[in-house]
Design a protein around this ligand. Structure first.
Ligand SMILES: Nc1nc2c(ncn2[C@@H]2O[C@H](COP(=O)(O)OP(=O)(O)O)[C@@H](O)[C@H]2O)c(=O)[nH]1
Ligand SMILES: [Mg+2]
Length: 188
């Protein structure tokens, strides 16, 4: 049954500084690329996503990757429904940083809290410096089932990132939660 009332999902955009998190959100929400300012702490955006299993009201928390703001992150990251875990295809060390973020987010949420994760390799418009097999072994080790390459600059696959995450969140919600707790249905 399709639920017509939008669910509310808290989506974190996480990863190293400079991988293109804010650019990705800008591209998705405003449908275009522009030079964005470095993120101070967190940026917040909202967007209504529509899918065949019903709409989701996305509250998007674009986190600063700078270690200076790390102490603020636990309070922003609790109760998450989905994570866009980003790295830069031209910066191999950013894949390791993405993996660290995955562990941080897990430690900042309750042990039984379910959320969906999409791993995203950004800057696909440039020549990649990471071997596909390296990315696949991180996915296998971290049990990540969704991986997408995109470019916030060209717009390639940006919509697909959020379509994939939203479908996964709906599956998690439908399959694992008889009583919704991490996809909250709004009362309006
Ligand atoms: N070539 C290219 N540059 C990008 C892309 N996405 C972001 N950038 C650039 O990477 C830099 C960091 O982007 P930003 O969104 O601030 O990264 P954040 O720190 O992860 O939020 C900026 O100069 C962006 O213009 C992309 O897909 N391709
Ligand atoms: Mg940013």
């Amino acid at each position: 049954m399709v639920n017509e009332r939008p669910a509310i999902a808290k989506v974190l955009i996480a990863g190293a500084s400079g991988v293109g998190k804010t650019s990705l959100v800008h591209s998705y929400v405003f449908d275009g690329f522009t030079e964005v300012a470095p993120t101070i702490g967190v940026n917040f955006a909202q967007k209504l996503w529509n899918g065949e299993n019903g709409p989701i009201n996305l509250s998007i928390w674009d986190l600063s990757g700078h270690p200076r703001f790390r102490c603020l992150m636990p309070r922003f990251c609790t109760g998450t429904t989905g994570v866009v875990l980003m790295f830069d295809l031209t910066a191999p060390e950013s894949l390791e940083t993405a993996r660290k973020w995955l562990h941080y987010i897990s430690s900042w949420n309750a042990p039984d809290h379910e959320y969906s994760v999409v791993l995203v390799g950004n800057k696909a418009d440039l020549t990649p410096h990471i071997q596909p097999k390296t990315i696949h072994s991180v996915c296998a080790e971290e049990r990540i089932t969704e991986y997408i390459q995109c470019s916030a600059k060209s717009g390639k696959n940006i919509k697909r990132v959020f379509d994939t995450l939203c479908s996964a969140m709906q599956r998690t919600h439908l399959e694992f939660n008889e009583q919704p707790h991490n996809l909250i249905h709004s009362s309006t």
